[in-house]
Design a protein around this ligand. Structure first.
Ligand code: 4NP
Length: 155
């Protein structure tokens, strides 16, 4: 069975689309399914922010076809692992948990990666922050991918 990985931020237009594209690029699609969502509903149906599309493109990724959607309780059933970008996302997702099993699926992306950074900051109001955010997400995803693939092999 595929391991289902969900990445979550607030708007699902800046950070999680980058993590979505990076994970999709690094994880073999026969073993993994990747999606992203936002805890807020302001941008439902929208393409990623043009600044995220541009930074992804600079790194060889096309994320322009993604569409924002809102995180929902059902995602706890549909996904095995849920990586959130910051502590506010964590709070919002954890509030929807029904049980311990749901709670155990939720992790901060940077923490799951074993990085020192505590969270991925919201770049929405900072035009210059997108490259830095990309780098932090990319470093995190690389570490997590190593772990996910190792786990898959041991299954
Ligand atoms: P994201 O960034 O959570 O990384 O997608 C944001 C996008 C939109 C807003 C905030 C953060 N907003 O307030 O509309």
């Amino acid at each position: 069975m595929k391991t289902r990985v969900l990445v979550v931020c607030l708007g699902n237009i800046c950070r999680s689309p980058l993590a979505h594209g990076i994970f999709e690029n690094l994880l073999p699609s026969n073993d993994f399914f990747v999606d992203s969502a936002g805890t807020g509903g302001y941008h439902i149906g929208s393409a990623p922010d043009p600044r995220s599309i541009a930074v992804a493109k600079n790194h060889g990724l096309d994320i322009s076809k993604q569409k924002a959607r809102k995180f929902q309780s059902e995602d706890f059933v549909l996904f095995d692992r849920i990586f959130v970008m910051d502590s506010s996302n964590y709070q919002n997702v954890v509030e929807l948990c029904q049980n311990e099993e749901n709670l155990n699926k939720v992790e901060l992306l940077t923490e799951a990666a074993g990085l020192n950074a505590t969270e991925v900051p919201d770049p929405y109001y900072d035009d210059d922050g997108f490259e830095q955010v990309y780098q932090l997400i990319h470093q995190s995803c690389l570490q997590i991918v190593r772990k996910l693939i190792a786990q898959k092999k041991s299954e």
